[in-house]
Write a protein that binds this ligand. Structure first.
Ligand code: CO
Length: 139
């Protein structure tokens, strides 16, 4: 198993509309999706489209949001995770376990904000970086 393309960089923010405005006004990156709420994931999400990748803006939704604790440590927001595409999410999950990594949650892939199955790998396995692995869209 080898990771493929960088799909997106996840960025936690306290105010998703303000963050979209920053990328549009300061950097000219005004091509963004509408903000969508994912109550079962505990986040509001919008994607800022770039030529070669995307920024996934994450705002906590509810007190038990996984992004809530991150913002307590980083009140202004900050880089939260990297997401790489993989050809087969179940094969990737099995490879992660075989290689000694910790898959977060139940260990079963679930449908993320892109509508494809994802897993997250514990930051302790990647130099402090939370990693999302995503089934390649269209596979
Ligand atoms: Co993500």
């Amino acid at each position: 198993m080898k990771i493929g393309r960088l799909n997106h960089v996840g960025v936690a923010v306290p105010d998703i509309e303000a963050a979209k405005a920053t990328y549009a006004d300061l950097y000219g990156a005004s091509d963004a999706t509408d903000t969508r709420a994912f109550p079962h994931l505990g986040v509001k999400v919008a994607f800022v489209h770039l030529d070669n990748s995307e920024i996934e803006l994450l705002e906590p939704l509810g007190d038990d949001s996984p992004v809530h604790k991150f913002l307590e440590r980083n009140p202004k927001g900050g880089q939260h995770h990297l997401c790489f595409e993989v050809e087969d999410i179940l094969a990737a999950r099995d490879a992660m376990i075989e290689r000694g990594a910790t898959v977060l949650g139940t260990g079963e892939p679930y449908i993320g904000a892109h509508g494809v199955p994802v897993i997250f790998i514990h930051p302790k396995n990647s130099n402090g970086q939370l990693i999302e692995l995503m089934q390649e869209p269209g596979k």
